[in-house]
Design a protein around this ligand. Structure first.
Ligand code: NAP
Ligand code: GDD
Length: 322
């Protein structure tokens, strides 16, 4: 039985990856931060009992290298997935230093913890399409130049380059997945897709009258999180450590997401959606679209859920919760 250590296990991707690995008969060690309440563990605690039974939660923090050395020595994992970060782009403008401490230096802390513990493990870094930012070419692939547009994105560039540098310097098996946006019913409630799927349902039930958003013209390459965690595992089980873009190759605007979500509930989004400066960013990324041909060719990875299916499954999941 293989052992995987996951940082960020309580997040969207952490829960899907845990589920995926548990079904492959891994023992999953999840690093969790101490919180005053354990409510943020819902995504893990609500997994089926046979899956939950293969997950052990242990305290640790990306800002606390000692806690990670302890876990690495205790469990000697075969695979380490670094999914933890301050992952909200808009909030990174409000907390730039914290974002860098967690998302950039936190990743370096983990790489150092692996190096000094001398554990023979493969390492996955959750890199992001936000690193392309104001992209110079479209679609973006592994060769596209980075032009990060937020404290979050510059922190991700640092962590990405640190993972590559530790591979080149110390021969570590460090793979970086440059993942484009991926969503699900477990997406955090302040990311745009989930904000739309929740509020469209509230409007349909008569509990709300409008949905306030920021930039409706921004375009993203949106896929399903369940498909994307499989790519993470494929990267660590590939013959060599490398970088891979993971994307659907199609881009849609925030407005289009609204249109499908509202019309799925029999509503016209134009009657309810309004733009509010509060949700605008000092610098936004207007359009992202990825070219995942390398992952398709070398890993055999393919996205399975289409954009329209994704929007509808998120709206349906939030409808079923009430
Ligand atoms: P998420 O839902 O925001 O989850 C972030 C996780 O990081 C949570 O478990 C959070 O724990 C944990 N965390 C935050 N600060 C921490 C710290 N100091 N020490 C330890 N854990 C900490 O993010 P996600 O959507 O699952 O994304 C997973 C990773 O992929 C992130 O690194 C994100 O930046 C990156 N990424 C995401 C996407 C996407 O579209 N989803 C695309 C590209 C890259 P709490 O529950 O305690 O807050
Ligand atoms: N969150 C949010 N809230 N975004 C809004 C809103 C709103 O009310 N209105 C418009 N948007 C626009 C944002 O300006 C952005 O252009 C787009 O919707 C997507 O925003 P988010 O859903 O917050 O995601 P993101 O693209 O900034 O970042 C996500 O994807 C990255 C991968 O490209 C996060 O998951 C990052 O962690 C991830 O790296």
């Amino acid at each position: 039985m293989k052992t995987a250590l996951i940082t960020g296990i309580t997040g969207q991707d952490g829960s899907y990856l845990s589920e995926f690995l548990a079904k492959k008969d891994y023992k999953v060690i999840g690093m969790v931060r101490r919180n005053s309440s354990v409510e943020n563990r819902g995504r893990i605690d609500n997994l089926p009992a046979d899956v939950r039974g293969k997950i052990v939660l242990e305290y640790g923090d990306l800002q606390d290298m000692q806690s990670m050395v302890r876990l690495l020595k205790q469990y000697a994992p075969d695979e380490v997935y670094n999914l933890a970060s301050q992952s909200h782009v808009k909030i990174s403008f409000e907390q730039p230093v914290l974002t860098a401490q967690v998302t950039a230096i936190g990743a370096l802390n983990l790489l150092e913890a692996i190096r000094i513990s001398d554990v023979n493990c493969k390492f996955y870094q959750a890199s992001s399409s936000e690193m392309f930012g104001k992209a110079e070419e479209s679609p973006q692939n592994e060769q596209t130049k980075f032009h990060p547009r937020s404290p979050y994105a510059i922190s991700k560039v640092f962590a990405h380059m640190a993972a590559i540098n530790y591979r080149e310097s110390y021969g570590m098996f460090n793979a970086c997945g440059i993942l484009f946006n991926h969503e699900s019913p477990r997406r955090g409630e302040n990311f745009v897709t989930r904000k739309i799927s929740i509020q469209a349902n509230r409007i349909k039930r008569g509990e709300a009258k409008e949905l306030l958003l920021g930039n409706l013209d921004a375009k993203r390459d949106w896929g399903f999180a369940g498909d994307y965690v499989e790519a993470m595992w494929m990267m660590l089980n590939h013959e060599k450590a490398d970088e891979f873009v993971i994307a659907t190759g199609q881009s849609h605007s925030v407005g289009e997401f609204c249109e499908i979500a509202f019309s799925h509930l029999g509503l016209n989004y134009k009657d309810y959606v309004k733009s509010d400066p509060k949700y605008m960013r000092p610098a936004d990324v207007n359009t992202l679209v990825g070219d995942a041909s390398k992952a398709k060719k070398e890993l055999g990875w393919e996205p399975k859920v289409s954009f329209e299916q994704l929007v509808k499954l998120m709206v349906d999941a939030d409808r079923a919760k009430n």
